[in-house]
Ligand binder design. Structure first.
Ligand SMILES: Nc1ncnc2c1ncn2[C@@H]1O[C@H](COP(=O)(O)OP(=O)(O)OP(=O)(O)O)[C@@H](O)[C@H]1O
Length: 254
């Protein structure tokens, strides 16, 4: 299948430190890719380059065949490249319904409407209710974000991202900080993402990576040192040396 998302020879240096060094990556609709790597490998910088928060020194980012390297973050969202809205960016005094409703308005080109009005828009409310209900947030739809648990806030991030109907979704450690008792719900939400959506997940939790990803990309010192199947990643000598270590020797090794 043709690529929906391509990164070609991306480079970025901060002063004398090259943090992204000739990174290339291609994804087709429906791909489930995890990017892993040790602390400081350049994962966050990579996401920032891809989403348009940072400009690369060289290289290209393409979305659906269109080069978006010089397009800002909002322009990339409009074209279908969405990074999960992070808990730190949720509005504590707003409800899940309001968050998801605003995302639906933005997606459907109606974001110029007065904020209060959309709560009366039946189509927006019906979609928001369905989406939140499917994620198990139905009972909390009208509570303030500040009143709901952290794991539920992380589910809300996913709901907001899905409401934007992206073509490519970037998830930055979707289960980080979530109590063990709630990680199952996050995993279920990830499993239920639309089948044709390309999902790129940055994640440290290797159990989650191995359950979610069909493909694993390993970054080390700003370079891709592995791009292949979860079964093969544990056998790769460079990956073992750079990152996996004891995990590869544990029972998960294929
Ligand atoms: N704005 C910046 N200016 C200078 N150096 C930076 C900047 N941003 C990141 N770095 C450096 O780039 C390197 C990669 O950082 P980055 O945060 O991308 O790694 P990471 O893989 O996301 O790490 P972690 O897993 O710890 O979040 C680090 O050495 C970091 O100190």
């Amino acid at each position: 299948m043709s690529a929906i998302f391509e990164v070609e020879h991306l480079k970025k240096a901060f002063g004398g430190l090259t943090v992204t060094n000739d990174v290339s990556l291609s994804m087709a609709p429906g791909d489930r890719v995890a990017v892993i790597g040790p602390n400081g490998a350049g994962k966050t910088t990579f996401v920032n380059l891809v989403t348009g928060i940072l400009r690369p020194d060289s290289g290209a980012v393409r979305l659906g065949g269109e080069t978006v390297t010089k397009i800002d973050a909002i322009g990339r969202v409009r074209r279908g490249l969405v990074r999960s809205f992070q808990v730190t960016r949720l509005f504590q005094d707003m409800t899940p319904t309001e968050h998801v409703g605003l995302a639906i308005l933005q997606r459907s080109g109606r974001s110029g409407r007065m904020f209060g009005n959309f709560l009366a828009m039946r189509d927006v409310m019906a979609e928001a209710h369905d989406l939140l209900g499917a994620l198990g947030l139905g009972d909390l739809m009208h509570r303030k974000v500040s009143e709901i648990a952290y794991g539920q806030q992380r589910l809300l991030e996913i709901a907001v991202a899905v409401a934007l109907k992206p073509k490519v979704l970037l998830l930055d450690e979707p289960a980080a900080g979530v109590p063990q008792s709630d990680t199952g719900r996050i995993e279920q939400a990830l499993a239920d993402l639309p089948g044709d959506l390309a999902v790129l997940m940055i994640e440290h939790d290797m159990d989650l990576v191995f359950r979610f990803a069909k493909r694993v990309v390993v970054l080390a010192a700003g370079t891709v040192i592995f791009d292949g199947s979860p079964a093969d990643v544990t056998k790769d000598t460079r990956v073992r040396e750079a990152y996996l270590g004891s995990y590869a020797n544990a029972s998960h090794a294929a």
